[in-house]
Design a protein around this ligand. Structure first.
Ligand code: COA
Length: 374
């Protein structure tokens, strides 16, 4: 119960089950994947190591990592029928909808016939997701049919080189890799919980993932990085950011990229991506977006006592890498797939149908009136 005796809504603060995958707490070092601080993983590990850790519960050794990366690299190809479907999707479609359709159609072509296939299907989804997105993006935008079988040995490299259809800068690969690590897992967030609900019905992995993509799409969840960029790009200078933001706050507007349903003091991922955003800003001709972002962060702290969440500095970091804005949230999918699949496997391991109850607050006893008399 809250102080004014109102029950918390949105299941806030309630435990909805047990998990050994991740912890989300307070302060720095508050996000841990299988017991490792996310800050440490972003500094020392690669995304593939983190994916292995989250999915299989332990860090890979050198040969396991090599084999895992090799397996993922072999699974990037798009089936011809899937290419045809992607080519038929309109240019104005939101890429999150493209991913939802792409995954769903892949589920028709390569169905999961039993749970024994779940690890193979997870590998396939992790490897193919950037291919689905970037094949469609390049075809819809430039009419170009890219070859998704590039030589990059990491998912970060595959993502960037298939998006731009050319070799990629090392700093950009490093930032993308760290970004994928930061977004990989986050306990019972809305999309993961939705995936677990779907898994609890004994549905297939593709249905669970399309459920999760649809849930992540909203601006209160994964869509916040895109929404934060749309906010920031309106401000042409630090002064303009200050004036306009104060107006927005006095109008009680929600500022995208701030606040969090669980963290109350800080989001431990923010410092990591902020530092990369700064590093990237030093490489571009116009770093105003970084300065504007810092000013917005400062004002939000001063005026509202609020902190920037992980999505906020992703907006400038991705923009400095020239990633199209509408692809920001789909990158989150390429990463969070790891957490979704780990949770689907965990749910299946010890399954019970997730079926809460509701407190009824409707009409107590309704009176029937025949159709002709209503
Ligand atoms: N900008 C301005 N005010 C905000 C705010 C924001 N980003 N986030 C919350 N608030 C305010 C609310 O308006 C509310 O004020 P009130 O008590 O006067 O009504 C108060 O802070 C509490 O907000 P609440 O919506 O209860 O917080 P929540 O824990 O339910 O919601 C979010 C968390 C993430 C949904 C919310 O902070 C938000 O919408 N943030 C922007 C979207 C975003 O960045 N999402 C990504 C999350 S990683």
């Amino acid at each position: 119960m809250t102080q004014n005796n109102k029950k918390p809504t949105g299941l806030r603060g309630m435990s909805a089950g047990t998990s050994s995958i991740c912890t989300v707490g307070a302060g720095s070092s508050s996000l841990k994947y299988r017991g490792f601080d996310v800050e440490l993983l972003a500094e020392k590990a690669t995304f593939e190591e983190v994916a292995f850790l989250v999915l299989y519960g332990k860090l890979p050794n050198l040969s396991q990592l090599k084999e895992y990366k090799n397996t993922l690299q072999q699974l990037r190809s798009l089936p011809t029928k899937l290419k045809t479907v992607l080519e038929s999707i309109d240019k104005d479609t939101h890429p999150m909808d493209v991913l939802r359709t792409g995954v769903s159609y892949l589920g028709n072509l390569e169905p999961e016939s039993s749970i024994a296939e779940q690890q193979d299907k997870t590998n396939r989804l992790l490897a193919i997701m950037p291919s689905i997105l970037n094949y469609w993006y390049n075809f819809a935008t430039f009419g170009k049919k890219i070859n998704t079988d590039n030589n990059e040995d990491s998912i970060a490299g595959h993502f960037l080189s298939s998006l731009f259809d050319k070799p990629v800068d090392d700093l950009h690969k490093k930032v993308m890799d760290a970004s994928l690590i930061l977004y990989a897992e986050h306990e019972f967030n809305a999309s993961t919980f939705a995936a677990r609900v779907c898994a609890s019905t004994l549905s297939d992995i593709y249905s669970c993932i399309t459920t999760a993509i649809g849930t992540l799409r909203g601006p209160l969840h994964g869509g916040a990085n895109e929404a934060a960029y749309k906010l920031l790009k309106q401000f042409k200078s630090v002064d303009e950011a200050k004036t306009e933001l104060l107006k927005m706050l006095s109008n009680k507007q929600i500022i995208m990229g701030f606040g969090h349903a669980v963290y109350k003091e800080l989001d431990p991922r923010t410092a990591v991506i902020k530092q990369f955003s700064k590093q990237l800003s030093d490489t571009v001709a116009d770093p105003t977006l970084y300065d504007v972002s810092c000013e917005v962060e400062r004002i939000m702290k001063e005026e509202k006592g609020m902190f920037a969440n992980a999505d906020f500095y992703h907006a400038s970091a991705y923009n400095f890498m020239e990633i199209p804005t509408e692809l920001f949230t789909p990158i989150f999918v390429c990463s969070r797939l790891v957490g979704w699949c780990a949770h689907i496997m965990e749910q299946r391991e010890n399954n019970r149908l997730i079926r809460p109850t509701a407190e009824y607050n409707g009409v107590e006893k309704a009176v029937w009136v025949d159709l002709q008399n209503r």
